[in-house]
Design a protein around this ligand. Structure first.
Ligand SMILES: [Zn+2]
Length: 219
């Protein structure tokens, strides 16, 4: 377990694509971010979460996910989390429904939802760009950006017609994220990628979103 900021812990990186599994905590409450598949020779992230929750004396209330791609959402890992934390609820955007239906008890949201961990706000914002199920998870001033491609309007799946998110939808997602801080009276000052391969501190979130409208090559 690696602490990334106040109340934000990286439990580990799992599977072929090394997707992070995260624990968010405040007071006695916690949430899991991402339910990645794990290799056969790797402990389930649910075990790591169980140990961490015990050590930190927190109760896991929510299981969250940035998007429904296979490296972030594994039905088997989801079942393992359900067994480890029987009272935790999977809280995801309604577009996850075909991916999680019938697996665990699930609550769906539309648009933006404000949850809380022991009084600290926890926002889920549906913002498709990388994929149709993209959800920003915002907690303690940090935004989990999933697999969003920052500083470019492009997405890695743009070439695949069936997965591509249209430009107009991407721009709507950016506009929603730009309105969010004012509408909620909230400051986002950090971004973390789900794969734990990028963190940005002291972020000007409005400027970052504005810059993400630019049409740039990835590298
Ligand atoms: Zn990914």
């Amino acid at each position: 377990m690696e602490q990334w900021s106040e109340g934000v812990y990286l439990l580990g990186r799992y599977g072929d694509l090394m997707t992070g599994c995260w624990l968010l905590t405040n007071g006695a409450s916690a949430a899991i971010v991402e339910v990645p598949p794990h290799d056969v020779d790797q402990w389930s992230p649910a075990i790591a979460a169980k140990l961490a929750a015990k050590q930190l004396c927190v109760n896991v209330e929510y299981i969250l996910c940035s998007h429904a791609h296979g490296d972030h959402l594994s039905p088997e890992t989801l079942r393992e989390f359900q067994r480890a934390f029987p009272s935790a609820v999977l809280h995801v955007h309604e577009s996850f429904e075909p991916h999680v239906s019938g697996i665990v008890s699930t609550r769906y949201f539309q648009g933006v939802v404000k949850l809380g961990l022991d009084g600290e706000a926890l926002f889920l914002i549906h913002a498709p760009k990388h994929s149709w199920t993209d959800t920003f998870i915002v907690f303690r001033g940090a935004a989990f950006t999933g697999d969003w491609e920052l500083n470019t309007i492009r997405a890695v799946d743009d070439e695949h017609e069936e997965n591509r998110v249209p430009l107009e939808t991407k721009l709507q997602s950016i506009a929603l994220l730009q309105r969010f801080p004012d509408e909620q009276g909230y400051v986002v000052h950090q971004t973390f990628s789900s794969h734990a391969n990028e963190r940005r501190d002291n972020v000007d979130f409005a400027a970052l979103m504005e810059d993400t409208k630019q049409d740039r090559q990835f590298w």
